[in-house]
Design a protein around this ligand. Structure first.
Ligand SMILES: Nc1ncnc2c1ncn2[C@@H]1O[C@H](COP(=O)(O)OP(=O)(O)OP(=O)(O)O)[C@@H](O)[C@H]1O
Ligand SMILES: [Mg+2]
Length: 313
């Protein structure tokens, strides 16, 4: 919501203990989001068949229909009988001060989800991506992946702020891929006490995104790959760039193209995401291959071209 005045004009410091305020807002926008739905949306847009796992409330119906319509399988989503779907509600004032609340709701029940029955019903899974969720659920999913030998991606991103070193170690040890941005990279090292080299020994592939500076991919004993951004046409809304990058990278893995190609697909998808308001509003039309070629050259484009016949958007 957008409030055309300033919160500060209504907050009287000598009466903060008796705050009871209501702001008359002029604009209400409801946006889709959530890291897993954003990543699944991107994968489906690129023609894959992602399976969303998580916990929601009975209010999920419209969102489920939208995701299904865009190619995301949602049958594995657990519906809580008592709680609503998680959401973030935020009001911004005329000077961009914000008052927001995050309601976790049904998300807390994600810890009750077991992956094995889902994998069985799906006829096996290629890769389990463990992104920010109820922290206990993240830990349980990771342990289950390790014990059942499912390949998994550790993507703790913003939950890193809440997790201690021991928990972060449990989330990343043995991951096939570890994703973070450069700020979170610093947090991992600081909180776990593991050096960069030590982390590289514990995960097969380390992907670090660096905002407008691009991203890097590292494998122990091999030279680091640095991937520049695919320049965006307009910078409209950076929300969801990290999720779009992951979706593109994971699509590249599914296509079995080399790691630098995966990072390039991720970077281009991130550019599409930055050009529109909202995290699931981008459309490719017939621009994807052309833009990929402009950013990364003809030879790279030729490697991904055969996989683009299933694009959904
Ligand atoms: N301004 C930009 N222009 C083009 N591409 C960008 C820009 N910012 C980010 N990207 C692309 O998106 C990727 C992910 O961005 P970033 O490192 O900012 O993720 P993040 O901090 O996790 O973002 P989020 O806010 O979604 O969590 C970058 O590696 C880059 O490829
Ligand atoms: Mg992020």
């Amino acid at each position: 919501m957008r409030f055309s005045g300033q919160f500060a004009d209504s907050l009287l410091t000598e009466q903060l203990d008796r705050v009871s305020l209501s702001f008359l807002v002029e604009d209400l926008q409801i946006r889709r989001g959530g890291i897993a739905p954003n990543i699944c949306f991107g994968l489906a847009a690129l023609g894959l068949d992602p399976l969303l796992v998580g916990s929601v409330g009975e209010d999920f119906g419209d969102y489920r229909a939208w995701l299904e319509r865009h190619g995301v399988q949602t049958w594995a989503v657990r519906v809580s009988e008592t709680q609503h779907t998680a959401r973030f509600i935020c009001t911004t004032d005329a000077v961009n001060a914000q008052i927001g609340s995050f309601y976790t709701g049904a998300m807390a029940e994600a810890r009750q989800i077991e992956l094995q029955p889902i994998a069985e019903r799906a006829g096996g899974v290629d890769l389990v991506v463990i992104s920010p969720n109820d922290p206990e659920a993240m830990l349980r999913h990771t342990e289950e992946c390790r014990s059942r030998r499912f390949n998994f991606v550790a993507d703790p991103s913003q939950q890193m702020a809440w997790l201690d070193g021991a928990q972060i170690k449990r989330l990343i040890d043995g991951a096939t891929y570890l994703f973070s941005n450069d700020y979170e990279d610093g947090l991992i090292t600081q909180k776990t006490g593991w050096s960069h080299e030590e982390i590289l020994k514990r995960v097969a592939v380390r992907v670090i995104t660096r905002g407008a500076k691009g991203s890097s991919v590292e494998v122990a004993g091999e030279p680091r790959l640095d991937i520049p951004i695919a320049r965006e046409v307009a910078r409209v809304d950076p929300t969801g760039v990290g999720d779009a990058y992951r979706a593109g990278f994971l699509a590249g893995l599914a296509w079995q193209v080399p790691l630098d190609r995966c990072a390039q697909v991720g970077s281009l998808l991130a550019s599409y995401a930055i050009e529109v308001v909202g995290t699931q509003e981008y459309r490719f039309g017939d621009t994807f291959l052309t833009r990929f070629e402009e950013a990364y050259g003809t030879a790279a484009a030729a490697e991904i071209a055969p996989h683009l016949c299933r694009l959904r958007l």
